[in-house]
Design a protein around this ligand. Structure first.
Ligand code: FAD
Length: 388
């Protein structure tokens, strides 16, 4: 058992840390002020272009994309360090391309789809969305009712999706639909690729969420797709979708490590300076315990996250471990950020510090890609076995 990151992965993590320190963090004040005044957490076009240019310059581009498409094909254990460092900042920016849909496309795309969708996505030239959730099926995606029915060589899709991130800007959306109701998640759900502007695909409304984030409600009405838009085999959409979800859950755990570590760093810098009742906050046992517990839980979650990543790199689906790290890291970061906010007093409640944005981000992470309760239920089900 080796607890050391490979030298090249450690150097990459250090490089991303520098990028975050020198390029993302200086943008935070403007991003937070914009969110405070407009209610939207966003980057201006020129800001994004500047970030993209700098990440390209540093070679922080396509890190886990296939080599033949210009990527570095890095394993999950290397990406955990990258995601953790990026997670320190609340600037809404991911080093392109975002990994979850990349992994799903890598797993399921046909030769033609690799050329048409995966290659430009891997080069960071396109934006994608994933549409799984529905008004009647969120935590339980197998209950979805959006239908895809064959019509000659085409598919006709009807249904409604909700909470879809990036639905408006996405060049293409990976959409999950029922192709065989009787088989459900066991062979009856398929994935489709839908291009922006396809007739019958309509973004009905933007739904503002906490922290300046937005999702969208999407309507599919007689949306006709040629057979070539089926992603993977008919009825076999659930497995690549799980790969996608696992990637996001792992990434989320790493983002939480980054946010929690930064909140702890802020707490450790502030507590010795701030005096109340004649003594620094750092001398109060409450604050000392916040610091000690935060450091202990961050350490435990970091080990768990790397362990889950290395399992996936060894072709283990690691479903239970992924559920464990998703719950542990999101809940750990929530507590650590909350304690840091408490120590900063009124300043911790302002939109001038990044702490409240971290709290909002982490709060959302306790819901999407499976709420904590569902992951706990899955872990318990794995251990207890089927009902007797
Ligand atoms: C910011 C954000 C972005 C999102 N982006 C996307 C996206 O891009 N694409 C997409 O398809 N979806 C997206 N979602 C949807 C997200 O994945 C779902 O919200 C999530 O899976 C939960 O579904 P739900 O909201 O319908 O909650 P429900 O399924 O109604 O569950 C509500 C609550 O019930 C409890 N619960 C449910 N089942 C169980 C159980 N078995 N045991 C114990 N308790 C249980 C949990 O506390 C849960 O929080 C996003 C959501 C958010 C918040």
């Amino acid at each position: 058992m080796d607890f050391e990151l490979a030298e090249e992965h450690r150097m990459l993590k250090d490089l991303v840390a520098r990028y975050v320190r020198e390029t993302l963090i200086p943008l935070e004040a403007a991003v937070l002020a914009r969110e405070a005044s407009s209610g939207e957490l966003c980057l201006l076009t020129e800001e994004r272009a500047r970030l993209d240019a700098r990440s390209r310059e540093l070679g922080l581009w396509g890190l886990d994309a296939p080599e033949e498409m210009g990527g570095a094909d890095l394993p999950n254990v290397a990406m955990v360090g990258v995601w953790e460092e990026v997670g320190r900042s609340v600037v809404p920016y991911e080093l392109p391309p975002d990994s979850p849909n990349l992994r799903m496309l890598r797993e399921a795309a046909s030769v033609e789809q690799r050329e048409r969708y995966l290659a430009p996505y891997a080069r960071g030239e396109t934006v994608s969305a994933i549409a799984i959730s529905e008004p009647g099926a969120g935590a339980d995606p197998a209950a979805m009712s959006t239908r895809a029915v064959r019509d000659g060589d085409d598919w006709i899709i009807d249904g409604r999706k909700i909470w879809i991130s990036r639905a408006v800007e996405a060049d293409f959306t990976i959409l999950m639909a029922v192709t065989d109701k009787a088989r459900g998640a066991r062979g009856g759900i398929s994935a489709f690729l839908i291009d922006k502007g396809t007739p019958g695909l309509k973004v009905e409304r933007r739904i503002p969420m906490i922290g300046g984030w937005s999702t969208y409600e999407v309507l599919l009405e007689g949306c006709r797709l040629p057979a070539a838009q089926l992603l993977g085999r008919e009825g076999a959409g659930f497995a690549p979708m799980q790969t996608r979800l696992s990637t996001r859950r792992l990434q989320m755990a790493a983002w939480c490590l980054g946010r929690a570590q930064r909140a702890l760093d802020m707490l450790c810098e502030y507590a010795p300076q701030r005096h109340t009742f004649g003594a620094p906050l750092a001398e109060r046992q409450t604050v000392q315990w916040w610091v000690a517990d935060a450091a202990t839980r961050i350490h435990a979650c970091r080990l768990m996250t790397y362990e889950a990543a290395s399992r996936i790199d060894r072709d283990d689906t690691a479903r239970m471990q992924i559920s464990m790290v998703k719950v542990a890291a999101t809940e750990m970061a929530w507590d650590v950020v909350d304690h840091a906010m408490q120590a900063f007093g009124a300043m911790g409640m302002t939109k001038e510090l990044p702490l409240q944005q971290m709290a909002n981000d982490v709060r959302l992470m306790r819901i999407y890609d499976g709420p904590s309760e569902v992951h706990r239920w899955l872990i318990a089900r794995e251990l207890l076995g089927p009902p007797r």
